[in-house]
Design a protein around this ligand. Structure first.
Ligand SMILES: [Zn+2]
Length: 209
C-alpha cells in the first residue's frame, strides 16, 4: 500500500506518474543524501517538447546531470532510488557518476542492464551496492510500464518490450492489458488521479497481496 512506502519510494513513483501522464516512459529517479534529504528528482522526458535528444532523456541520467559535484553532500554516500532497473546508458552514468548505492523497484526484462555480465563484474569489482527490491512496487511499476507500451503500440511502436514483460511478468502484463482496453489509464489521466490513487488501485485490481 502507498501509505506503507517510504518517502523515497513515494518521490520516485510520483515522478514516474508525471512521466506516465505526459506519455513518456513511466520511470522516476531521485537521489537522497546519507541523512535521507532529497537532492534531485526527475523522470523520463521522452515525450516532452523541447528536449534536444529525447531518446537519451531517461529519468536516472536526467537526475544525475543535475547533481553538483562542488556541493556539500558526498555523492559516494548518497543513495539513488529508481522505479525500474537502469538501461546500459543509465547504469553507466550511475557508475561513472560515482553513485555507490542504488535501489531499483522493478526488473526491466527488455532494457535492464544490471544482469549484463560486463556490468555485473564491474559492479562487483567496484564494490557498488546496487539492489533490486521487487515485490508490490515491482508489480505496480510493471503495470504502468506495460500500460505505456500498449499505448505506444497503438501509435505504431514495436511490440518487443511488451513481449519481454509478458514472458517474465505475465500477471502485471495481463492487468495492464485489461486496464488499457477498458480505457482506465486514460480516465485516470483525464481525472488527474494521483500516484497514490493509481498505486493502491493497481494493487487492488491485481489482487496483489
Ligand atoms: Zn536509461
Amino acid at each position: 500500500m502507498w501509505s506503507e512506502l517510504s518517502y523515497e519510494w513515494q518521490v520516485v513513483f510520483e515522478e514516474a506518474w508525471v512521466a506516465f501522464k505526459m506519455g513518456s516512459v513511466p520511470i522516476g529517479a531521485a537521489v537522497f543524501d546519507e541523512f535521507g534529504r532529497l537532492i534531485v528528482r526527475d523522470h523520463n522526458r521522452w515525450n516532452e517538447v523541447g528536449i534536444p535528444n529525447r531518446f537519451l532523456a531517461h529519468a536516472e541520467t536526467n537526475a544525475i546531470r543535475q547533481l553538483r559535484t562542488d556541493a556539500e553532500y558526498n555523492i559516494r554516500t548518497c543513495v539513488m532510488y529508481v522505479t525500474m532497473e537502469p538501461c546500459s546508458m543509465c547504469l553507466g552514468t550511475i557508475d561513472i557518476g560515482n553513485i555507490k548505492h542504488l535501489k531499483y523497484a522493478a526488473k526491466d526484462p527488455y532494457n535492464g542492464a544490471a544482469e549484463i555480465p560486463w556490468f555485473e563484474s564491474r559492479i562487483r569489482k567496484k564494490n557498488h551496492d546496487y539492489k533490486l527490491i521487487g515485490g508490490e512496487m515491482e508489480f505496480v511499476q510493471h503495470v504502468l510500464y506495460a500500460g505505456y507500451e500498449l499505448s505506444q503500440i497503438e501509435r505504431g511502436s514495436g511490440t518487443l518490450p511488451l513481449k519481454a514483460l509478458e514472458d517474465e511478468f505475465p500477471d502485471a502484463a495481463a492487468l495492464a492489458k485489461k486496464l488499457h482496453e477498458a480505457g482506465v489509464f486514460e480516465q485516470w489521466k483525464k481525472e488527474e488521479k494521483t500516484m497514490e490513487f493509481a498505486y493502491d488501485e493497481i494493487l487492488r485490481r491485481g489482487h496483489y497481496n
